[in-house]
Design a protein around this ligand. Structure first.
Ligand code: ZN
Length: 280
C-alpha cells in the first residue's frame, strides 16, 4: 500500500467540539496519544509546530499513523447495524462520534478490505462440489450486506478454487516488488494529477466533477458503460466507482486516457452487483 504523503498528513485535521475546559481537552489528547502509543512518532513530526497546532497535529498523527487497511473477515457474520455504520467513513472519510458531553470528528481515511464465503456451507458456485444450503439460504446470507454498503465498495471479486495443476505449477510469477513499483508509479501520476486540488490525493477520492475531467470515457467506452449499466442493473454510485477503478487501471497502464479495455476490466471487478449471483 502506498505511504501517506506529507501533504496528506498535514491536511488531516481532527477537531474536538466540546464543552471541556482546556485542561480536560489536553487530558483527552494525552489519552489518545498514550492509547495509540504515539509519543515518539509525534515528537518527530511536530517539532516545528507549537501551541494549538501541535495539539491538532498530535491528534491527527495519532489516527492517520495507524495502519490504513481495515480488514473484515467473514463479512456477513458482522451485525448488520455495525456494517451500516461503515457507510459514513467510506463515503466521507471522516467519522463523527457523539457522546453526551462532546462530539469528536476524526479523519477516517482507510481502505476497507473484506472477505466472505459465497454461502453458509461455502460451496455455492463451486466447480466440483455441491452447495448443501437450504433454498433461500444463499440469498439470506448475502442480504446481510446491504446494497448501499456494497455500492460503496469499489471492487468485488469472486475467487474460484485453484486446480491442482496450478497449485503445483512452479513457474515463477511476477514478484511483488515489481508490482509494488508499478503501484508507486501509478500513485505518482495521481499525486501530480491532483496537486492543485485540495483534499484529493488519489483516484478514489475523485468527485463527480473530477471524474468528468479525468476519467471520462470516449464514445466506445460510454456505449460499453451503458450496456453494462443496463445488463447488470448498476446504480449511479456503482457507475462512479467503475470510472474511478478504470482510471487507476489506466494509470497502471501508463495511459493518459481511460480506454474501453480499462472500463471492461473495472466492470468485471463488480461480481456482487450481478443480480443473478444468488439466483442461478
Ligand atoms: Zn451453500
Amino acid at each position: 500500500m502506498a505511504q501517506t504523503t506529507g501533504r496528506e498528513l498535514l491536511d488531516v485535521s481532527a477537531t474536538i467540539k466540546t464543552d471541556y475546559n482546556k485542561e480536560e481537552k489536553n487530558t483527552h489528547i494525552e489519552d489518545i496519544i498514550r492509547d495509540f502509543d504515539m509519543q515518539d512518532y509525534i515528537d518527530k513530526k511536530i517539532k516545528e509546530y507549537s501551541g494549538g497546532m501541535k495539539q491538532k497535529l498530535a491528534l491527527s498523527c495519532a489516527i492517520i499513523h495507524k495502519p490504513q487497511i481495515l480488514f473484515l473477515d467473514e463479512l456477513p457474520e458482522f451485525n448488520r447495524s455495525v456494517l451500516e455504520v461503515m457507510r459514513q467513513p467510506l463515503e466521507d472519510r471522516r467519522i463523527t462520534i457523539s457522546r453526551a458531553k462532546f462530539t469528536v470528528e476524526y479523519p477516517a481515511s482507510f481502505m476497507m478490505v473484506s472477505a466472505m464465503n459465497p454461502c453458509p456451507c461455502g460451496y455455492y458456485n463451486h466447480p466440483e462440489r455441491n452447495c448443501v444450503c437450504a433454498p433461500g439460504a444463499v440469498q439470506k446470507y448475502l442480504n446481510k450486506i446491504s446494497g448501499p454498503l456494497l455500492d460503496r465498495i469499489d471492487i468485488h471479486i469472486e475467487i474460484v478454487p485453484v486446480p491442482f495443476e496450478k497449485i503445483s505449477d512452479r513457474t515463477p510469477a511476477e514478484h511483488s516488488t515489481e508490482i509494488s513499483k508499478r503501484v508507486i508509479e501509478a500513485r505518482k501520476i495521481q499525486e501530480e494529477r491532483f496537486k492543485d486540488v485540495e483534499g484529493v490525493y488519489c483516484n478514489a477520492q475523485m468527485t463527480s466533477k473530477l471524474l468528468n475531467k479525468f476519467a471520462l470515457p470516449d464514445k466506445t467506452g460510454l456505449q460499453l458503460m451503458k450496456t453494462a449499466m443496463e445488463r447488470l442493473n448498476l446504480s449511479a454510485r456503482a457507475y462512479d466507482r467503475i470510472l474511478k477503478v478504470s482510471r487507476t487501471i489506466a494509470d497502471l497502464d501508463n495511459c493518459e486516457k481511460v480506454q474501453p479495455n480499462h472500463l471492461a476490466e473495472a466492470i468485471n471487478y463488480r461480481n456482487l452487483d450481478r443480480e443473478k449471483w444468488a439466483s442461478q
